[in-house]
Design a protein around this ligand. Structure first.
Ligand SMILES: CC(C)(COP(=O)(O)OP(=O)(O)OC[C@H]1O[C@@H](n2cnc3c(N)ncnc32)[C@H](O)[C@@H]1OP(=O)(O)O)[C@@H](O)C(=O)NCCC(=O)NCCS
Length: 148
């Protein structure tokens, strides 16, 4: 099991986060889109680093949306999955959101993304609605929510 540090991301981590995002998430988000999110919501960007080799192995990108805390993206490199890293990122971010006074977290997930759905449900998120054709390729999104 890898020894992992979870910390706030800095501007110098943006390249690594962009690579993790585009490699692991089915998305049309460009590097510019991700940089813009970081510009507005950098406080909610966290990164997981392997202490042994310094590699960035996961991230979560939070935001504020419609008055709620929101998860814009989360990913863990394939070979590091199922070691609790995604959960650690989310728990750390929950704390940051709470300290900023948020009481609800929302997110969208592709209907077909069974692993992510299981992951979010394991953290106590509940489905609240469906947005038909939400993604650029026409796939529906399930909206998940959690009170914190
Ligand atoms: C979703 C993701 C971030 C989870 O990260 P992770 O570090 O593997 O998650 P954890 O190890 O903390 O998993 C916690 C729990 O979630 C559930 N879970 C996670 N991955 C799962 C899978 N592939 N199948 C079933 N359940 C899963 C399990 O209950 C797991 O606990 P367990 O391992 O003790 O059974 C990771 O699978 C990933 O990067 N996926 C690709 C990117 C993506 O789809 N992101 C979400 C859309 S934005």
């Amino acid at each position: 099991m890898a020894s992992i540090e979870v910390r706030h991301a800095a501007g110098g981590d943006l390249r690594a986060i962009t690579k993790l995002w585009q490699r692991n998430i089915k998305t049309i988000n460009t590097a510019g889109d991700i940089a813009r999110l970081y510009h507005y919501f950098g406080r909610y960007f966290l990164i997981a680093v392997d202490r042994d080799n310094g590699a960035a192995v996961g991230f979560v990108a939070g935001a504020a949306k419609d008055g709620h805390a929101h998860i814009s993206g989360i990913a863990v490199e394939r070979k590091y999955r199922r070691q609790g890293i995604g959960s650690s990122l989310m728990k750390y971010l929950h704390g940051v959101f709470q300290s900023d006074g948020f009481t609800r977290i929302t997110l969208e997930v592709r209907k077909s993304n069974r692993a992510a759905i299981r992951f979010y449900e394991s953290l106590g998120f509940k489905p609240s609605s469906v947005i038909w054709g939400y993604y650029a390729d026409g796939e529906d999104a399930i909206v998940y929510e959690k009170e914190i």
